[in-house]
Write a protein that binds this ligand. Structure first.
Ligand code: MGD
Ligand code: MGD
Ligand code: SF4
Ligand code: MO
Length: 694
């Protein structure tokens, strides 16, 4: 039996795995105990890489759709069809008539990530969408506004902090996000063992809340009030001590006046968190030797995502924990291309056609994709290329988008599953199995809690007729250039780019060969302060008062205390991965996980029994789902996971058949509900009503 070491590409924890094979098949998958970052950690999804690799439903050849059926075609025919159709639509209707959507797995594949910009360049389109606007957009916008670079995402130094405040994140299930932290359970245990504390603020008593030192319920969508009130307490009580960074801060003198109305009492009335708790949290933060405030999906995909991310940065900065060991730090990766000034990004340089929403990083908010397909006029989207994405399942008002996709003149998908989205494609071009490609975490090592570098060779050779994602990009680019009479963009093999990048990078002696000789990764040391050398704002200072934040404060000030209605939030489970790993029997087995969780008091008031079928109604849909009573959600809140329930849309069997049952959260989510400051989707804190089914 041969052992192979490889990073898991399924989530941001990027665990090192030890995979053994026998006769060309995977025998075992274990955590690699010698891995310098993950130290043996693994979750059930890592084991399910075997299922993904062996899944007979995973497409291995390009297919063309005839009605509802897909038939295999050759790569030549696939590239030609896609190239010609996209070129013709671009020629007849302008470049913006051809749109692209990039999904989450594109971040987990260096060949895709490094070449996506080139695909867009080839298509000459501004109609670009991605999962960013249902995810981390506010984090990146704040990094751009305050520090001058969209990728300056400061990571909590969990291994050295004394107090970690966690708002709206559930790393026990998600394994961490915008914080690459394999073995979160072990690191939290170590934090507590050295006398530190973790405090979780979440409308659900999550898996993380259960193992934390303290948990507080909060009404969904009200975090910005609480976080800004904490800033206000620091300022009002003379607890703000930015320390070594004081001379870098622009706007500190005006901050107290700006935040004066946002008192703890004000926040308490809306959030349900007592004013004294808010004060105590602020004081604890100021008193802790080293502390870090961290917020994730619950503080970004909600109505005030931008203000939440702003307040979190302010708290870290004002308590002297920003850019400090044991606080929050910006990693020094071996491949720092993402931190280059030319990758700084931009916001609102142009706007979308129909709803005039601002671009971010040259992407429009995906919540307006259906508008752009449905609304006639110059620039109307008539063709779509989706790459590693499933927006029908993953983005607001999936049903509307589902219908819109059916009306496209042409659609192609680079994906290895027929899913709720790709079922509309005229051509699907499947990349080879992820285990057949080399792997480097270009996007995630710059977010890791320790500086580490690691390369993974392919576990298996890809079949002769199979293509990598980047080879598919190259094939499409060539065919598109041929059909449009241009020259194709340069699509580069990732190995070459990584080798050159490592050799030109900040750590001497690194190269692809050096990494190949260290299959458990190379430790490059703990995170260290660096903002003085790296700050990229025009003023050369940290901008504490971004105009976009100030402009959004009146909207926050108008947030009213809860009425009788219910607010819907999401939920992740460690054996699920967004919309697409439900074909693995080993992941979906066990108790049903897609019920609507509801507090018994809310059920009693509506005469709903545990386990009964209920109708959950939002602005966009009224759907039938089974309910589950639990005191783990706060009263007034209902909770449903996303990515389920669509295995048989319109009677078509999709390659996520095991996801049958449950409903798709995003049939209920509202494409009109946005964090106004950024254009990010509101996926948490959606008003719904729930009633018993007759
Ligand atoms: N209600 C609600 N909605 C959410 C969220 C939520 O919390 N609540 N979370 C949001 C978040 S954080 C995200 S990131 C998005 C994800 O949104 P998407 O990225 O649009 O959707 P995924 O479910 O990740 O689907 C990924 C697709 O990529 C394919 N794929 C996997 N690996 C590869 C590969 O190597 N190459 C190619 N070409 N394809 C591949 C899979 O087959 C699958 O079809 O969903 C968002 N939607
Ligand atoms: N097992 C598994 N792991 C994953 C994924 C997966 O689908 N499955 N997806 C990956 C991806 S793409 C991402 S982006 C990350 C996400 O990583 P996380 O953000 O850690 O994951 P979530 O489970 O979305 O956590 C959001 C939390 O916010 C809470 N919440 C909801 N609304 C509010 C609110 O208004 N205020 C506060 N304070 N809390 C709120 C929810 O109850 C939930 O506990 O996970 C990654 N890892
Ligand atoms: S936590 Fe699980 S899914 Fe995430 S990288 Fe590790 S093994 Fe893979
Ligand atoms: Mo995500």
């Amino acid at each position: 039996m041969a052992a192979h070491y490889r990073a898991c590409h399924l989530c941001e924890a990027i665990c090192g795995l030890e995979i053994t094979t026998e006769d060309g098949r995977i025998a075992t998958v274990r955590g690699d105990k010698a891995d310098v970052l993950s130290r043996g950690h693994i979750c059930p999804k890592g084991v399910a890489l075997k299922d993904l690799h062996e899944d007979p439903d995973r497409l291995r050849h390009p297919v063309k759709r005839h009605g509802r059926d897909f038939v295999e075609i050759t790569w030549d025919e696939a590239f030609e069809t896609v190239g010609e159709r996209l070129a013709a639509i671009g020629r007849d209707h302008g470049g913006d008539a051809v749109a692209a959507y990039f999904g989450n797995p594109s971040v987990h594949s260096v060949g895709m990530l490094a070449n996506i910009g080139q695909v867009v360049r080839q298509l000459k389109t501004r109609s670009v969408f991605s999962a960013t606007s249902v995810d981390q957009l506010p984090h990146q916008l704040m990094a751009l506004w305050m520090f001058g670079h969209q990728n300056y995402l400061f990571v909590p130094d969990i291994d050295r902090t004394d107090l970690m405040l966690v708002f709206g994140a559930n790393p026990m299930a998600s394994n961490g996000s915008i914080m690459t932290v394999p073995d979160f359970p072990g690191r939290l245990a170590a934090l507590k063992a050295r006398g530190g504390r973790m405090v979780v603020v979440d409308p659900r008593r999550t898996e993380t809340a259960r193992v934390a030192s303290e948990h507080h319920f909060i009404r969904p969508g009200s975090d910005a009030l609480v976080l800004l009130a904490m800033v206000q307490v620091l300022l009002a009580e003379g607890l703000a001590r930015p320390g070594a960074l004081a001379d870098l801060l622009a706007g500190l003198d005006r901050l107290a006046a700006v935040l004066a109305p946002f008192t703890p009492e004000r926040a308490a009335a809306v959030s349900g968190l007592p004013a004294e708790t808010i004060r105590a949290l602020a004081r604890a933060l100021a008193a802790a030797p080293r502390a870090a405030v961290y917020g994730r999906m619950g503080t970004s995909t909600q109505a005030f995502g931008t203000l939440c991310q702003w307040a979190i940065q302010l708290l870290n900065i004002l308590t002297g924990n920003f850019d400090r060991e044991g606080g929050t730090l910006l990693p020094h990766p071996a491949l720092p291309a993402g931190f280059a000034p030319r990758a700084a990004g931009g916001f609102d340089r142009w706007r979308s056609r129909v709803r005039h929403l601002p671009e971010f990083a040259a992407n429009f908010p995906v919540s307006t994709l259906a508008d752009e397909i449905e609304t006639a006029g110059p620039g109307q989207i008539r063709a779509l290329l989706t790459i590693a994405g499933n927006p029908v399942s993953s983005t607001p008002n999936g049903r509307r988008l589902d219908a819109a996709l059916a009306g496209l003149d042409f659609m192609a998908a680079v994906d290895f599953y027929v899913n709720e989205t790709t079922r509309h494609a005229h051509v699907i071009l499947p990349p080879c199995s992820p285990l057949e490609r080399g792997h480097y975490d270009l996007a995630l090592l710059p977010l890791a809690v320790r500086n580490v570098t690691r390369w993974s060779d392919p576990l298996f050779d890809k079949p002769a007729d199979a293509r990598h994602d980047w080879e598919i990009f190259a094939g499409i680019a060539a065919a598109h250039a041929k059909a449009s009479g241009g020259t194709p963009v340069n699509i580069l093999p990732p190995e070459l780019m990584i080798d050159l990048g490592l050799q030109a990078g900040p750590y001497p002696g690194l190269s692809l060969d050096a990494l190949r000789a260290a299959p458990h990764g190379i430790d490059l040391g703990p995170l260290r302060p660096s903002i003085r050398e790296r700050l990229l704002t025009a003023s050369g200072r940290i901008e504490l008062l971004p105009p976009g934040c100030l402009a959004d404060l009146p909207r926050l000030a108008a947030l009213a205390p809860a009425g009788d209605g219910l607010l819907l939030i999401g939920r992740r489970h460690v054996r699920s991965n967004n919309s697409w790993m439900h074909n693995s029997g080993r992941l979906v087995k066990g108790p049903v996980r897609h019920r609507l969780q509801m507090h018994p008091a809310d059920m009693e008031r509506r005469q709903i029994r545990d386990g009964a079928a209920v109708t959950v109604q939002s602005r966009t849909a009224a759907l039938r789902v089974e309910v589950e009573a639990t005191e783990d959600v706060m009263p007034g809140v209902v909770c449903l996971p996303h990515g389920w329930g669509q295995a048989t849309r319109d009677g078509v069997r999709l390659a996520v058949a095991n996801a049958a049952g449950g409903i798709s959260f995003n049939d209920l989510s509202d494409e009109l509900a946005l964090d106004a400051a950024s254009g990010n989707a509101v996926l948490n804190g959606l008003p719904v009503e729930v009633r018993p089914c007759p």
